[in-house]
Design a protein around this ligand. Structure first.
Ligand SMILES: *Cc1c(COP(=O)(O)O)cnc(C)c1O
Length: 394
């Protein structure tokens, strides 16, 4: 961070690397640098480290290590899930179901499939961003090969009913005596805060991302259930069972395994701390600014405990973000990924917000280093900046 006093409230964009994670990664840059596919003994140290990381991830997901594929992050895992299933199971049909609020790394591969004659059902969500479970089941056709619904949304923190969708899908498949459609969930935002047991969730594929759980950026996992075949999107070598060719990102893999283990261990304590801090933040802010509202669900069990997405009527969200930055406070408009393009958030549009409300929305996402003192400083800075920004409007 740039200054000692900087306050980072953008943990949904990425998190700092945990010192314990950095520590376990370090030997794999310049000491154990061998290619794990090589034949000499040194390579075994490296391939052993990959196996250890795979075991750590498998333990958290309550699955077997051979169901874990390492990738370059959430984007690749989502692309691989969508395109990998679509290309492998094309003979079954050309229909996919997703929610309207998926991340672009799910939505954009679907656009390319649509050009190849696939049809995509984008399920609407309610005013809080929740997918209706019955709608998901009703949308299934004989030619549906995949359903993809995110575990938790990156902009508004809404937690989707994944286990319930999974349960009803199992019943549907049993009745129809079919293995289709498969079920994928993007758990990039959920991995730090929620239970990732794939048996309880009844998912066939799941995306996890290292850079959002205090692990290294550019590291990710795709869980693929045993017996579910997928087509690679990167071909060449035989790494990752031939599904993901290319020399492995060893420090990234080692770091991700450790990060996931640590974040899940700290989860219960950290979740309640963050939820209390979020409640304090929002209630104090609303005392000063009674007109503010939350986008998405009220703070509670179905919202990520660190996410506040706030509408400041009449205030340009981007101007507020820039003003707060000048005071050493980092936060985001609708979503970090669209910060440059400034196209209005498809998530806020899907929950029924008009373009004025969307442009007046700012996302604060708290994390491990966030303190009550930082929150108080932020509230004061917001109050001061709104006075300035509102007088600018006149
Ligand atoms: C960040 C994010 C991704 C993409 O992850 P990258 O590591 O940037 O590729 C995918 N899905 C969700 C929900 C995310 O928040």
């Amino acid at each position: 961070m740039r200054t000692k006093k900087a306050i980072y409230l953008d943990h949904a964009a990425t998190t700092p690397v945990d010192p314990q994670v950095r520590q376990i990664m370090l030997p794999f840059f310049s000491k154990h640098y061998a290619n794990p596919s090589a034949l000499y003994k040194e390579a075994l140290i490296v391939s052993g480290a990959i196996n250890d990381a795979r075991r750590k991830v498998a333990d958290v997901l309550h699955t077997n290590p051979d169901s874990i594929l390492f990738t370059s992050g959430g984007t690749e895992s989502n692309n691989l899930a969508i395109l990998g299933i679509a290309h492998k199971h094309i003979n079954q049909g050309k229909h996919i179901i997703v929610s309207a609020i998926e991340h672009h790394s799910v939505l954009y591969p679907l656009e390319s499939l649509e050009k190849d004659g696939w049809s995509v059902t984008k399920l609407p969500v309610d005013e809080n961003g929740l997918v209706n479970v019955a709608d998901v089941i009703k949308a299934i056709r004989a030619e549906t090969v995949l359903i993809s619904v995110m575990y938790a949304n990156n902009e508004i923190g809404t937690i989707e009913p994944i286990a319930e969708i999974g349960r009803q899908l199992l019943r549907y498949r049993k009745e129809k005596n079919t293995v289709y459609p498969y079920f994928h969930t993007d758990a990039a935002q959920a991995a730090g805060y929620l239970d990732l047991d794939v048996e309880k969730l009844h998912v066939d594929l799941m995306t996890v991302n290292g850079g959002k759980i205090y692990g290294p950026k550019g590291s990710g996992v795709l869980f693929v259930r045993r017996g579910v075949a997928i087509e690679p999107i990167m071909t060449g070598g035989t790494q990752e069972k031939g599904i993901r060719a290319g020399t492995e990102n060893i420090p990234g893999i080692v770091g991700l395994g450790q990060a996931l283990k640590l974040v899940q261990k700290k989860q219960t304590v950290e979740n309640s701390r963050l939820r209390a801090l979020s409640e304090f933040f929002f209630e104090k802010l609303r005392k000063i600014l009674p007109d503010i509202r939350l986008n998405g669900l009220a703070i509670g069990d179905n919202r990520l405990p660190n996410n506040l997405n706030v509408v400041f009527d009449g205030v340009d969200g981007e101007a507020l973000v820039i003003y707060l930055d000048s005071r050493g406070i980092m936060c985001a408009t609708g979503s970090a990924c669209t910060a440059i393009s400034r196209e209005p958030s498809h998530v806020l549009a899907a929950i029924g917000k008009n373009s004025a409300e969307i442009l007046c929305s700012v996302r604060f996402t708290l994390g491990r280093e966030t303190t009550k003192a930082q929150v108080i400083t932020t509230i004061k800075a917001i109050a001061a900046s709104l006075k300035m920004l509102k007088s600018d409007l006149k």
